[in-house]
Structures are given as C-alpha cells and as structure tokens.
Design a protein around this ligand. Structure first.
Ligand code: ZN
Length: 327
C-alpha cells in the first residue's frame, strides 16, 4: 500500500512515494514559489500528479509549518505562507481526487521517527527539532498527540523564562529563544565578544563578516572551547525544558532532530546532565533515553505519507498503530 508524502518547506517542496515500511520508492523536489499561495497549490498538485502517474496511491499527506485544525483539513495560520484559515485539503481534493490529509510538519517528522527511526520500540516519545527555531511533536500511547484544537506540541513556544527574550510568536521567554539554532548563534556571538575562549569564534566572524551556523558547527567538530561552551549552554536549556516535559508526559525517549542535532553526543550530554539536575524525585524516576533523529531529511515526507495511509486505510482506528510498530 503506497502513499505520497509532501513536505512544504520555506525554500523547497519535497515529495515522495513511500511504502508501508517507510521506504522511499520515488522522490521529487521543486523550489517553493515564494509568497504566492495559488502557485504553491499548483506546484503541490503537479508534484502529486508526477509521483502518482502509473501507481496505485492509497492517500496523500501534506506537511507544512503552521497550525492545522483537528480534522487535518484547514491551515489556521502558516508562518511562511500567506495562509489564514486556508481550506487546503478541500482545494487539493477537488483537483487530485485522492484522499488527502494536512499535517503540521514537525508532527509529520516526529511520527516518522516514532514509526521508523529513533523513537521506534517506544509507546511515548517527545521530539524536539532544533533548526532555526524549535519544533515539537508528541506521541502518547502510540498516537500522535494533537490536542483539542489540533495545535498541540508547539514545544518551541513553551515558556522557560517569564519576561525573557521576545519571541517571533509575540510572547516572551519561549524555549525557541534559548534552545534553537538562532539562539546558538547569539550565544556564540556573545562568547566571541568576551574574548578568551571566544577567540576562535571571533576569528570565524571576522573571516565571514557574520557568524554562520556552518562556521559554528565546524568549530564544534574541531573542539573549539568557545563553540563547545555555546553548545553546552544551549543543551542546558533544552535539558531543563525536557525535565518540565517529562513531568507532564513521562516519555520513554526524547528525540532531537534538525541541523543542530548533528552535533550528536556533544549536544545530548549537556541535555542529559541538565535534565537529571532538575528532574523532580531524581533517582526514583526511570530515566528516558536521549537520542538523535535518524531520518534527517526524509522525516517530513515519510511521516506525512504514513499518517495519510494510516488515516484512510487502518479500519476503525485511524492514525493509531498500536502493535503495528516496525522494528
Ligand atoms: Zn514563542
């Protein structure tokens, strides 16, 4: 049973035909038409038509950044696209005549990790995607947790500092301002300004005119003390956020995706240390695993396809995979 997953990103639209085991059978990608929702719709329709030619497709899942309603039909709000209360599912179904669901992109990526990646073998998983911002997904008892209105698991906007740094969402002190790729650059810049262990960061900033994510990543890999200090500070914030999340959700595994997670154990070690330091009833609470995401670039399309297939083909209990985990 094959399904199509589409992942609408800020710069590109990725699409794939995915089988029941999460394997990609065919892929496609095009640039995202900037700022024009009609052209965007045309691009998604054309991609589904290319991917579905000469194939039996069970369903299509479309992932995008934004708030999606609980029936997976309507995009309430998208940060990168001019969508406000956009009935995207209805529009696509009218043109494609295939069963379609819309899903938040972080939820789709989290679902892929739960089914086929770092979260498999668990029933309860929390994923944090550490990219430019911080995305989140929650799986509770083998099901994606969407909340009452469909906008749950916006973990990046969990407040960790009352009255803290302003966030793009309009609030202050969100973890996105302390645990994202953008936050890492800010922290690295502050360390560069201070001199001392920041000399390597300051030299990279001088060379490139601005401090870039790739320069900080390279310095982390080289063991530069300033870059490592910035990463430890970032991990400390994320570990504290995980302790709060564990108090509510009690997951067996935390999965970290996104570009910053490529630092691997250098990121996980400070997260784990901060988590244990602030965990309530430390020593009496079973410790969750902290893992790096495995599907990396494909998670969005694989998760969107799998959610769509489950929604339309699993009888009686759409979206649930109890007992159906792929090991
Ligand atoms: Zn926020």
């Amino acid at each position: 049973m094959q399904a199509i997953g589409i992942d609408i990103g800020g710069t590109k639209i990725a699409g794939a035909v995915v089988d029941e085991l999460g394997a990609i059978l065919m892929e496609d990608r095009v640039p995202t038409p900037a700022g024009d929702s009609a052209l965007l719709e045309d691009a998604v329709v054309a991609m589904v038509q290319r991917l579905s030619a000469d194939r039996q497709i069970a369903a299509v899942g479309v992932a995008a950044a934004g708030f999606i309603d609980a029936s997976q039909s309507l995009v309430y709000y998208a940060p990168n696209i001019a969508w406000r209360h956009e009935p995207f599912r209805e529009k696509l179904e009218a043109r494609l005549h295939l069963p379609i669901i819309i899903e938040n992109d972080a939820n789709a990526a989290g679902w892929a990790e739960f089914r086929f990646g770092a979260g498999r073998l668990s029933s309860d998983m929390v994923m944090l995607t550490i990219g430019t911002g911080v995305g989140g997904a929650i799986v509770h008892q083998d099901r994606l947790f969407r909340g009452g209105f469909g906008a749950a698991a916006e973990l990046g906007h969990m407040r960790v500092v009352p009255g803290g740094l302003p966030c793009g969402c309009g609030a202050h002190g969100c973890i996105e301002q302390y645990g994202s790729g953008r936050a890492l650059l800010r922290m690295a810049g502050e360390i560069a300004d201070a001199g001392g262990i920041g000399l390597g960061l300051a030299a990279a900033r001088e060379r490139d005119e601005v401090l870039t994510g790739s320069a900080v990543s390279a310095l982390i890999q080289e063991g530069d003390p300033g870059a490592l200090a910035a990463l430890r500070t970032l991990g400390g914030w994320l570990g504290e956020a995980c302790a709060s999340l564990a108090a509510v959700l009690d997951p067996q595994v935390f999965v970290f995706g996104g570009g910053v997670a490529q630092a691997g154990d250098l990121l996980l070690d400070p997260i784990r240390a901060a988590y244990l330091n602030v965990l309530p009833a430390r020593g009496y609470h079973p410790e969750p695993e902290f893992r790096i995401a495995e599907l990396v670039n494909d998670a969005g399309v694989v998760g969107a396809a799998d959610l769509a297939r489950a929604h339309f083909t699993v009888p009686g209990d759409p979206d649930a995979y109890s007992g159906g985990q792929v090991l």
